[in-house]
Design a protein around this ligand. Structure first.
Ligand SMILES: [Ca+2]
Length: 109
């Protein structure tokens, strides 16, 4: 199914925007049609946050299209869970460093 068709099908309240539930349903259908393994709730939440640029809690069509493209691309050679795992680890280290740079230095040397 084309992205536009997928969007119109799952925009059940015809708002022109996807809320989290609508996005999840559309992503699940997309993933299934691509023969990809199901996306975990954590990966979905991360992906949603990444593409909800203005933090409105909703995705417009362009944001949704970018999300699908991202998920689709990730499947070619990358495991999305692994990818987000690496990113989360990196973010955790960065946060640790910001919160307590000296402690990190001690653990490195
Ligand atoms: Ca909607």
């Amino acid at each position: 199914m084309k992205t536009r068709g997928l969007f119109e099908k799952h925009d059940t309240d015809r708002s022109g925007m996807f809320d989290r539930m609508e996005t999840k349903r559309a992503v699940d259908e997309f993933i299934q049609s691509e023969g990809q393994p199901p996306i975990s709730q954590t990966d979905f939440d991360n992906a949603f946050a990444r593409f909800d640029i203005d933090r409105s809690g909703q995705l417009d069509f362009m944001e949704f299209r970018n999300l699908l493209r991202y998920i689709g691309n990730v499947d070619t050679g990358f495991d999305i869970g692994q990818l987000f795992g690496i990113r989360n680890q990196r973010d955790q280290r960065l946060n640790q460093f910001r919160n307590n740079p000296q402690q990190i230095q001690c653990s490195l040397f």
